[in-house]
Design a protein around this ligand. Sequence first.
Ligand SMILES: Cc1cc2nc3c(=O)[nH]c(=O)nc-3n(C[C@H](O)[C@H](O)[C@H](O)COP(=O)(O)OP(=O)(O)OC[C@H]3O[C@@H](n4cnc5c(N)ncnc54)[C@H](O)[C@@H]3O)c2cc1C
Ligand code: FES
Ligand code: FES
Length: 478
Amino acid sequence: MPPICFTINGQPHTVDTLPPTTTLLQYLRLAPGLTGTKEGCAEGDCGACTVALRDGDRWRSVNACLIPLPALQGLTLVTVEGLAAGDVLHPAQSAMAADGGSQCGYCTPGFVMSLFEACYREDLDEQWRRDDQICGNLCRCTGYRPIREALDLVAGCRPADQFTAQLGTPDGSRSVAYTHGEHTFLQPTTLPALWQAFAEHPEHRIISGATDLGLEITKQGRTWPCLISLSALPLATYTTDGKTISIGATLTLADLEARSEVDLPPLARMLRYFASRQIKHRGTLGGNLCNASPIGDIAPILLALDASVVLLSADCERRLSLEDFFLDYRKTALEPGEILGRIEIPAIRPGQRISAYKVSKRREMDISSVAAGMSVTLDEAGVVTDIRLAYGGMAATTKRAAHAEAALMGHPWTEEAVEAAAERLAADFTPMSDHRGSAWYRETVAANLLRGFFEETKDTALPDLPLHPSGTVLGGAR
Ligand SMILES: Cc1cc2nc3c(=O)[nH]c(=O)nc-3n(C[C@H](O)[C@H](O)[C@H](O)COP(=O)(O)OP(=O)(O)OC[C@H]3O[C@@H](n4cnc5c(N)ncnc54)[C@H](O)[C@@H]3O)c2cc1C
Ligand code: FES
Ligand code: FES
């Protein structure tokens, strides 16, 4: 079986004696002794393990703690040790040093790597976008002001250095067929090769960006006889013909966020509140839907948008409404041998009013207590002709509020009608109480989100909300 080959800091690395569930972070700290990359949480929350992966003509910050080694096949990455050229620090390092952005230093390599990525980005032109750049990095001692200042200094500076020079260089082969003892990791590059891998390994588990599955590795110590990765398949697509927006299942959430700013602003806005840059650079839309979490953030807005899923297998392609895709708690309609191939969303119709909401205890990097996606279409007389109210965090699956919708359908879009519908939510949901919120809290929030949706859309088709999160501290860091 061929080894796994990738490049770190310009040096080729070959792995043939480690289990396929070894994470990049474990490898860095043990084998080549690159201990500058730290472990804080091993679950994608703290950013201490941030490194940068080359992705075409971009550098992308990612959490090394969640990437299984074979997923790096053919890729090029940089760790904090690879930044300085001899005694000359990289601008990301000098800015942190000059601005006093470090005390105990534990978080510093991770922040430096997020700043490193920022140097080569061209879209960090507003304060909220720069805040977004480092929301996946935690610092317990310095405080964020000097770190934000350091970021302000370097964002978009694009130094004329070796890292700019190597952007656009093609990756090596992404194909993987790696076995270690009883464990196999396959990464086919074509669909026929995927179907063959499925047939040869019926006991497989699918892996995509590994931002969910990686936690099963690091927190539960799980292993599988065979992991089959979708990451090298040509499924990271985004197309629109004016009527339908078609999104490939392996498109990363970061790319989806950028693309949907124009076509689907409510989805882009929801993604502002979703995890961190590092997670969104790896996590995919398909992974978010296939984990079928009742508190997954994207399903509510996609249900409101009347999305369909296209399931692929060796023999056929079948289309289901997203509603029919979720069967029960963490259970989908996927049959053995099938993958989610793409998601299709009807383009926003004239007169359609849409919004998405996420209520969590923190703005950045938190899990929803309640999430909602809502869409209403009115006729010229202001009467509701179509209504879709979808909630996450209220039941075992993301679910539409059928009773509340029925109370609104065919009625004028008025405060009275909305109040009557809010009453009917009690017939739709019996939420549970947990550490994120009591049943009473969730019921109250669900009703208030409907009222908020009415307020935001009563006079306008698309609420004129800013792209940035409403709680963002605006104004310069200085
Ligand atoms: C720190 C952190 C913060 C997070 N924050 C959020 C958040 O704010 N909101 C939120 O909703 N989620 C959040 N998540 C969860 C996660 O990032 C998302 O669910 C992500 O979209 C998963 O995508 P993935 O490609 O990484 O999936 P993976 O982890 O690779 O896979 C997830 C599951 O889906 C299956 N699967 C993946 N793709 C397919 C496919 N195409 N066909 C069939 N099966 C498939 C896999 O077998 C696996 O069971 C967070 C995770 C972390 C670690
Ligand atoms: S160690 Fe905390 S994000 Fe990886
Ligand atoms: S400098 Fe100590 S955690 Fe950030």
